[in-house]
Each structure stands twice: as structure tokens, then as C-alpha cells.
Design a protein around this ligand. Structure first.
Ligand code: ASP
Length: 315
């Protein structure tokens, strides 16, 4: 029997102890990832996930999340979901209750959440609204000299939003998506990803976090992997899937992450920003990689009293 373990990206440490408690009680990897991720989504100090996540260019929070199981590669995801604070749980409901489908977006995802009894909440907090106002609204006003009406379908707004998104510098510091990967004592593995996405994204933009192969991949024959950072690069690189393929070919987790990120880094991209990755194998080996020195991932095993941090290898 493998030893239960749970790992996660920067800021997952808020939720990992909850996930480890689930695993210690003999709970499943899926339960552990969902419980841990909900803690992160509910953290008002985290502006990259769930409640308080940074909104799109129009000031509306749109969330992406996914879950993938290693044994049968079952996948459930939601994207551009508005008004529901725990997209990871809606993604789980897609996985378990809607086996005909794997990914719901926008209005359909919200309809499904409502039908399954999830409660809505205001996701834009005062702090995240203020960040959006300072970084987007004021910047747009200073460019145009006037406050352009941000109405849906307005061509001028669409052009200015796109111009603004092109001009916005990629974020300093770690991008905010949370990755959590758990291995339970039965040997099942689950990869979970949740995010408010590219800050101030174009409305309707879906990132890698909701897409199998890009931001999330789990195959019990080799391992699980997940990404944070510029999702358009991990979509084009098939990065999470590439990492698992490299695990299957015998690479260790940190080498596999580094090689897959190096491949994505060869792609032409005017909006280049950092990509990070994490991986876990079915025998409990783990590792991560990042484009910048000083990046870490968090880890808990049965022996841990609190999350420990491990360095990611650097590209
Ligand atoms: N990967 C996420 C996305 O592209 C962003 C992030 O990690 O912050 O939506």
C-alpha cells in the first residue's frame, strides 16, 4: 500500500492540512483534493482563486476548475463560471453526476451548479474590486482620456479591453492558480486545479486549469501533473500531459516538469510569463519546476504536522 501524500503549489498550504486529515482518516484522494481546494477558494487573502479572485477586464469574477482521477482518467471541469465560490465542487459534480460530459462553461456551468444545489455568493470583494479599479479602470481612463462605457458587445470597449490586455505587464511573483495532487492509501490519485485565471482576462477566456492535458493530467500508470502560470503556453505545450508522458518514460518528477516547461518555453509568445509545474508518481515521488529561482511547492505526508516546502527545480 502506498503512503498517503498531498502536494500543492504556492498558497495551497492554506488547504493541505485539511486534505491530509481526510487522507489520514482513510478518505479518498478526490475527497482530500476537494476539501483542501475549498479552503484555498474560501481564502479572502488569495486573489487568484475562488472568492476574492481577480475579475475579468469588465470587473466580473469568472472561475475555472478541474479534477482528474488517475485510475480511469475521469475528468470533470467548469470554466468561466460566475457567482459560485467553490468551482472545484461544481467540477466534482460534473465528474460524478454528469458522466456524459467533462467540461461545462459559462451559463451552462452556472445552470448545472444551481440544479445541483450549490449556493451563489458575491465573489468580488472590496479588495479585489480595488485592485481591478486601480490596474484596469484607471489605466484605461488614462489611455483614452475618458471613461469608455463597458457594455457587452460594444466594439470600442472590446478593442480597448484587448489593447489593455496586450499592454498589461505579466504579473510579478507567482501566478495564482492552485494545484493540489493527492495519493490515497488505496493507491488512487487525484489532480485538482482551481483559478480565477489570467488577471483581467478578456470576458469568456478559459485557461489551462479547466483543460485536460494542459493544466491538469492524471494517469495512475505514471503519475499526475498540474500547471500554474501562463495557461496559453501550457495549452500549446500540452504541458501537464507531456510531464506525465515523461514520467512514463522513466524521468523523475522534477526532471519531467523541467523538460516540459523547457519545451513550452520554446514557443513564440509576446505575452511571456512564467509557467510552473508539479508532479507526483503513484509510488509517492514528487517534484516541481519553475522559471524562477526561489519557487517552492508544499507537501504533507502522514508524518507531517504542518506543510513543508520543497524547492522547485529551475529551468
Ligand atoms: N494558469 C492560469 C490560467 O492561465 C493562471 C494562473 O496560474 O494564475 O488561467
Amino acid at each position: 500500500m502506498p503512503e498517503a501524500v498531498i502536494i500543492g503549489s504556492e498558497r495551497s498550504e492554506v488547504g493541505l492540512p485539511t486534505g491530509m486529515d481526510v487522507l489520514r482518516r482513510g478518505g479518498s484522494a478526490l475527497d482530500a483534493v476537494e476539501a483542501a481546494m475549498r479552503r484555498c477558494e474560501d481564502n479572502p487573502a488569495d486573489h487568484y482563486v475562488g472568492t476574492a479572485g481577480l475579475p475579468n477586464a469588465q470587473g466580473v469574477v469568472e472561475l475555472d476548475a478541474s479534477l482528474m482521477l488517475g485510475s480511469g482518467r475521469q475528468f470533470g471541469a467548469v470554466a468561466a463560471l460566475r457567482g459560485y465560490p467553490n468551482p472545484i465542487s461544481v467540477a466534482r459534480a460534473v465528474l460524478e453526476k454528469l458522466p456524459q460530459h467533462s467540461l461545462l462553461v459559462g451559463e451552462g456551468a452556472a445552470l448545472f451548479a444551481a440544479e445541483n444545489g450549490f449556493s451563489t455568493a458575491e465573489l468580488l470583494t472590496d479588495a479585489s474590486r480595488e485592485l481591478w479599479r486601480k490596474q484596469v479602470v484607471q489605466s484605461r481612463e488614462s489611455v483614452e482620456g475618458e471613461n469608455t462605457a463597458a457594455t457587452d458587445g460594444d466594439t470600442r470597449y472590446r478593442e480597448s479591453a484587448l489593447a489593455l490586455i496586450r499592454r498589461l505587464a505579466p504579473h510579478d511573483g507567482p501566478w495564482g492558480t492552485i494545484n493540489i495532487i493527492a495519493l490515497d492509501s488505496s493507491g488512487e490519485m487525484c489532480v485538482g486545479v482551481s483559478t480565477s485565471g489570467y488577471p483581467y482576462k478578456y470576458p469568456g477566456r478559459v485557461g489551462d486549469s479547466a483543460l485536460p492535458g494542459a493544466g491538469n493530467w492524471c494517469d495512475l500508470r505514471a503519475g499526475g501533473a498540474a500547471c500554474t502560470g501562463r495557461g496559453e503556453l501550457s495549452m500549446r505545450g500540452g504541458t501537464a500531459r507531456t510531464i506525465v508522458d515523461l514520467l512514463a518514460a522513466g524521468q523523475d518528477p522534477s526532471d519531467a516538469c523541467r523538460a516540459a516547461l523547457a519545451d513550452a518555453a520554446t514557443l513564440p509568445d509576446d505575452f511571456r510569463a512564467e509557467l510552473r509545474a508539479l508532479a507526483l508518481t503513484p509510488d509517492g515521488r514528487h517534484g516541481g519546476a519553475a522559471g524562477q529561482r526561489g519557487s517552492v511547492y508544499a507537501l504533507m505526508t502522514d508524518a507531517s504536522t504542518e506543510p513543508e516546502f520543497r524547492p522547485r527545480s529551475v529551468l
